[in-house]
Design a protein around this ligand. Structure first.
Ligand code: FVH
Length: 305
């Protein structure tokens, strides 16, 4: 299976590339509305549809055309972007639409298996298909330099055909021909994000009953997380080489020896250690298996069933 990461397409300045591709967008939730505004701001003729029609009203005032129903909105343009709640809502919204000859880009968060099934489903209906995963929150959409990007997978040719349009809301990045890869990357990155949120929740809980202003802790916390984030490059290099002792800075034996202090500190502060404990258990299992000279890379293998 081909897997490539190609350069991100940053938002283009209006008027640099002639006529703008017209498109249809199904789904005007928080994210869909932000996407719609980005395309309208770049001058793309836009047809929108939402299950609750009232959500289209403001966008119509800003230049969008509202389809009477999903089928009519889909019929309006070759390029159809979908940004709905989940895979089930995509089934519901597209039921009864004619997708023959359409280029369907599904930015709804789904699992890799759902994305692959959706690609086959679209192909059976005569559509070309790209899956997508949005690595941004709505305020980052249409804001160059905000750090957001959108992962795409499926036909590279189709991606290239629509690269400019797809790159308007946030940088467009193609991650492989396997239509499940955008969802796979999305789940991996968002999963890591939730791990970070869990760690931050523990940190704030620890100081909650003390005379510590959470606003004073926040910049220290953010800077620390940013400082530690590059450790993923070492993990990745060790996973690739298979040598988990290479370049180790803080070995597992030392780190496991420190874990009881974290549990005692939580106890002292009247804080549940339920977010830390599962990770500490994995560290201890790896140590028991002989990984004392490694860093934390071995935990990855304990997770893979
Ligand atoms: N918002 C965010 O921070 C995240 C950032 C990362 C990517 N996600 C994903 O984007 C998808 C859409 O998210 P959203 O923020 O727009 O979500 P909501 O504001 O809750 O809007 C949901 C839209 O889905 C429509 N909808 C729900 N069920 C159905 C259905 N059965 N049939 C047709 N449409 C349906 C809903 O319509 P309505 O309630 O207004 O009638 C909204 O348009 C999502 O996959 C995130 O994971 C966002």
């Amino acid at each position: 299976m081909t897997q490539h990461l190609v350069g991100t397409t940053e938002k283009k300045t209006a008027g640099t590339s002639g006529a703008k591709t017209p498109l249809t967008l199904l789904g005007l939730g928080a994210m869909g509305t932000a996407l719609a505004r980005a395309w309208l701001a770049e001058g793309h003729p836009l047809t929108v549809w939402n299950r609750t029609p009232a959500r289209a009203a403001a966008l119509v005032g800003e230049g969008a055309r509202a389809g009477d129903d999903a089928a009519e909105a889909v019929a309006a343009n070759r390029l159809v972007v979908v940004c709905l709640l989940d895979d089930a809502s995509v089934s519901e919204a597209l039921d009864g639409t004619d997708l023959a000859g359409k280029d369907l880009v599904n930015l709804t968060t789904t699992t890799p298996a759902e994305a692959r099934a959706r690609a086959r489903w679209a192909q059976e209906r005569g559509a070309r298909y790209l899956d997508g995963g949005i690595m941004a929150v709505p305020p980052m959409i249409g804001v160059p330099g905000a750090g957001g990007y959108i992962l795409h997978s499926g036909s590279q040719e189709l991606f290239e055909e629509h690269r400019e349009t797809l790159g308007v809301p946030a940088g467009a990045t193609w991650v492989g021909t396997d239509p499940g890869f955008a969802a796979l990357y999305d789940m991996a990155l968002l999963g890591a994000m939730y791990g970070m949120f869990a760690g931050a929740a523990h940190a704030f809980a620890l100081v909650r009953k003390e005379d510590v202003d959470p606003v004073a802790l926040a910049p220290l916390l953010a800077d620390w997380l940013v400082a530690m984030a590059p450790s993923v490059h070492r993990t990745a290099a060790n996973l690739r080489s298979g040598d988990y002792t290479e370049g180790v800075v803080s070995n597992l034996a030392m780190q496991v020896a420190g874990t009881p202090a974290f549990l005692r500190a939580a106890e002292e502060q009247g804080v549940s250690a339920e977010l830390l404990r599962p990770y500490f258990d994995l560290m201890r299992r790896r140590l028991a298996g002989g990984g004392g000279d490694e860093d934390l890379t071995g935990v990855v293998d304990l997770l893979v069933r």
